[in-house]
Design a protein. Structure first.
Length: 334
């Protein structure tokens, strides 16, 4: 896989330019460790954890792998205490999203960690670099989950590369196989971040109902919306069209609390907690109810999700396909 190795790999201490996106509740220690052990970079999502929950997740990940992994914090929420936990526990790579990263950079760098920040537009990337971040993640509009900007990956990534070089850029949005990884490397990115594809892995903390929706869905079903805003208001996101989304659209997309079925309990989790329609919660193992009516986050790359695989095999298969594609492009240029 020598043809895939980039300067980013050396900077992060990884073997392959493949980063698992911090896909919320789905990104538990088992998934993160599996990706890191396979040579990529696994990423915990800790924003909605208590400090003690975050500490347990970090320590569990450290039990499962000695390879580098990261932790993500969303700056739209109070995360200072969580950052303290991450740095105290020696997390080597911190990822931030949705806000001004400059207030975090000095603390992260002072602890000897690297700072990645995800942006949706060129100006945001320039601001992040001016604030001292080490790596910029350029997230295209095709991405699943919460989406920062409105520019497609194909247009955004080379523009960000041109604007912030030599700071390394990781591409995100619309990538689900080795061909996509090779494509963004050709655009000047030094790595690829994948979310939707890693949600459909055996280690992801996802219910089988959710996984099967990902396997059978098409890209046109992955809708950019503000429907599932319970818990994170005013944040646009991309999710699969389901009964909740169709009903809301048919009603003219009214604001809360005037949406159809507002307050309906659609799921009960293993602890007996009720989850209502329009929450930003994904279906988790142990839940019962109308799970297909919950938030089924997915990017347009869901077109390329055809099965549920172990994360290590997925990383290996994507790396092989990416290397083959790179070699093919070299042969065409010869």
């Amino acid at each position: 896989m020598r043809c895939l190795r980039t300067a980013l790999c050396d900077r992060l201490g990884i073997d392959l330019p493949i980063v698992q996106a911090p896909v919320g509740s789905a990104a538990g220690p088992e998934l993160v460790a599996a990706v890191s052990e396979a040579g990529g970079l696994g990423m915990l999502a800790l924003t909605w954890h208590s400090p003690e929950q975050a500490r347990r997740s970090i320590r569990r990940t450290q039990e499962l792998t000695t390879r580098p992994f990261g932790a993500n914090l969303v700056l739209d929420f109070p995360v200072d205490d969580l950052l303290t936990v991450c740095l105290d526990e020696g997390v080597p790579i911190m990822s931030t999203f949705w806000g001004d990263p400059s207030r975090m950079t000095a603390r992260i760098r002072g602890a000897g960690a690297l700072h990645l920040h995800t942006v949706g537009e060129v100006a945001e990337a320039v601001h992040a670099v001016a604030g001292g971040v080490d790596v910029v993640v350029a997230q295209g509009w095709e991405a699943g989950g919460h989406v920062r900007g409105g520019t497609t990956t194909l247009a955004l990534v080379p523009a960000v590369v041109d604007a912030v070089g030599p700071i390394p850029v990781v591409a995100a949005g619309g990538i689900a196989d080795g061909r996509g990884i090779a494509a963004v490397l050709a655009l000047g990115a030094q790595g690829a971040m994948l979310g939707t594809r890693f949600v459909a892995t055996t280690e992801a903390v996802t219910h089988e109902v959710y996984r099967q929706h990902l396997v059978t869905a098409t890209g046109v079903e992955a809708v950019h919306t503000r429907c599932f805003d319970g818990g994170w208001p005013h944040a646009p996101h991309r999710a699969l069209r389901n009964a909740t989304l169709r009903g809301w659209e048919a009603a003219g997309e009214p604001a809360a609390p005037h949406r159809p079925g507002e307050g309906d309990v659609v799921a009960v989790d293993a602890a007996g907690q009720h989850h209502c329609r329009y929450e930003d919660q994904i279906p988790l193992p142990g839940m019962t109810g109308d799970l297909g009516d919950m938030a089924l986050y997915a990017g347009q790359s869901v077109n390329l999700v055809h099965d549920v695989l172990p994360a290590a095999r997925l990383v290996h298969d994507m790396a092989e396909q990416a290397a083959t594609t790179v070699r093919l492009l070299h042969s065409l240029a010869a």
